[in-house]
Design a protein around this ligand. Structure first.
Ligand SMILES: NC(=O)c1ccc[n+]([C@@H]2O[C@H](COP(=O)([O-])OP(=O)(O)OC[C@H]3O[C@@H](n4cnc5c(N)ncnc54)[C@H](O)[C@@H]3O)[C@@H](O)[C@H]2O)c1
Length: 260
């Protein structure tokens, strides 16, 4: 390595940077907020669930820098306020578009248009709006990390609206990478496989009640490892950091090999 090359520590160092993570009360968002804060960023946790304050309080209690803002990402004004709060009159460096809702399972005729609209609004349209609002404040360049899903790659019966929303996130990621690249803003996505979060546990509760071995489903990948929120958080940190300085427009599958 030449003397002018940054060290490994420098590459992952987010000190002095400001980050916003949506949907960070629990699950993947909470784990991601923690990893970004550990790397030195000031992390703003945004969630419609006011318990999100517990995520930022826990980070602060551990000597990290974090704050909380109540925000429903589908509300334009709340979203703009959350982005502005995260930048705190200075600048924003990292946005993790994580907040999302899960599919109801059901056949095509049982899913209403209103449900499809709601799914697209939360999982796709709000990521668009958040990226646009955040990019305006990324005056020194920045990194946007969108949480997609392998459901946007493989599809799946009974989860059409969810699959469509996550495939849309991948399109959004590639298009914004092109549009925002000249401004020094990298835009990437992560496509997680099954990750053991409160959201997934809620989703699988009826199956569990029906006697299905949920833990086996969650670890049903070639690595035979149950996906954990921190598996995604580590990759989000990588994409947010200068380790990924030349990576943009990429969808990184993180699924223990499930789609391999
Ligand atoms: N867990 C998985 O297996 C998995 C797999 C692939 C993709 N994902 C994606 O990862 C992301 C996080 O999933 P998770 O499993 O951690 O979910 P989770 O349900 O455990 O947590 C989601 C968080 O988002 C918040 N949220 C939901 N709607 C919101 C809104 N309108 N405004 C603000 N906050 C909102 C919730 O309050 C919650 O705190 C989602 O986008 C999800 O689609 C999850």
């Amino acid at each position: 390595m030449s003397a002018t090359q940054p060290t490994l520590t420098d590459l992952i160092d987010l000190r002095g940077k400001r980050a916003l993570v949506t949907g960070a009360t629990k699950g993947i968002g909470a784990a991601t907020a923690r990893r970004l804060a550990e790397a030195g960023a000031h992390v703003t946790v945004a969630d419609l669930d006011p318990n999100g304050r517990s995520t930022s309080d826990a980070l602060v209690a551990d000597g990290l820098s974090a704050s909380y803002v109540t925000c429903d990402i589908t509300d334009a004004e709340q979203l703009r306020d959350a982005v502005a709060a995260a930048a705190d009159g200075e600048r924003l460096d990292v946005l993790v578009n994580n907040a999302g809702i899960f599919p109801t399972t059901g056949p095509i005729d049982d899913v209403t248009d209103a449900f499809v609209s709601r799914m697209l609004d939360v999982n796709l349209r709000a990521q668009y709006s958040a990226s646009r609002d955040a990019a305006r404040l990324m005056t020194h360049g920045g990194a946007i990390v969108n949480i997609a899903s392998i459901a946007g790659i493989r599809g799946g019966a009974n989860i059409t609206a969810y699959s469509a929303s996550k495939a849309g996130v991948m399109g959004l990621t590639r298009a914004f990478a092109n549009e925002l690249g000249p401004r020094g803003i990298r835009v990437n996505a992560i496509a997680p496989g099954v990750i053991d979060t409160p959201g997934v546990q809620d989703q699988m509760a009826p199956l569990k009640a029906g006697g299905m071995d949920i833990e086996k489903v969650i670890a049903g990948n070639p690595l035979r490892v149950a996906g954990q929120p921190d598996h995604i958080a580590r990759v989000a940190l990588f994409l947010a950091s200068d380790l990924a300085a030349f990576v943009t427009g990429h969808v990184l599958v993180v699924d223990g090999g499930y789609t391999a």
